[in-house]
Design a protein around this ligand. Sequence first.
Ligand code: BDR
Ligand code: CA
Length: 310
Amino acid sequence: PRRIIIDTDPGQDDAVAILLALASPELEVLGITAVAGNVPLPLTQKNARIICEIAGRTDIPVFAGCDAPLVRKLVTAEHVHGKTGLDGPALPDPTMPLQDRHAVDFLIETLRTEPEGSVTLCPLGPLTNIATALRRAPDIAPRIREIVLMGGAYFEVGNITPSAEFNIYVDPEAAAIVFGAGVPLVVMPLDVTHKALTSPARVRRFREMGTRPGRMVAEWTDFFERFDREKYGAEGAPLHDPCVIAWLLNPDLFLGRHINVEIETEGRFTTGMTVADWWRVSDRAPNALFMRDLDADGFFDLLAERIARL
Ligand code: BDR
Ligand code: CA
């Protein structure tokens, strides 16, 4: 199986992504590293453990990482995810332990000890942990097989400011380090995640599975949808983060281009923007496979088939 580390700030859509990974035999999750993002770190690390328990995978080590962006004050997204970050179903406190080691130490040590080019990183939140690891241990960069992340937006532009997507906006300095690290990057921006839209028929499949994980996915989605429904009159909500895991399982569901993507860190209105050279009008070298299209039915078929296995 492909060996991955999931770096995350759960978040209902992070939760669905983690369940998808844990349900898939093609993937081996070496660990989950939590970061501050949708909600503060004490909640994201706790939520990560709750999710492992829902999947029956208390063997997965969960690490707490950075509690604030590299230089900025933390911006959170309770307006989307609720006070706990996982609002929706009633969830008991986790009983599985949090690992003692800091997430950044786990990232560095794992990348140094595992065979070169064998570990894929899957960031689903702000890039603070990954950037801190790269800054502290530049020798790990060539050892990373690939970074497949959810973040950014170009045609679909912003969801936290008119020009920026949340994960990049929260820690643009960290994003700039990651996009400049020379590591192969696959990027799932809003352009593609806004095509992974829930609908009553799609959510019904999870509700009717008759399993706890199925019911959790349905109830998280019900909560998560309320934001887009009330604000935009949308029928459903975008399942952003599961796109990262779905790409690892079936890249044919996605279409994108190898292009140059730079992170705006100094804009007056555009801080956190992913400036994507889609038409290759600059002479800057491509550094990312930037996705734009998704086979949404195929995506939901894959997700339902996998969640039903849990
Ligand atoms: C991203 O921000 C978070 O709210 C979601 O979990 C996702 O990772 C979407 O902009
Ligand atoms: Ca997330």
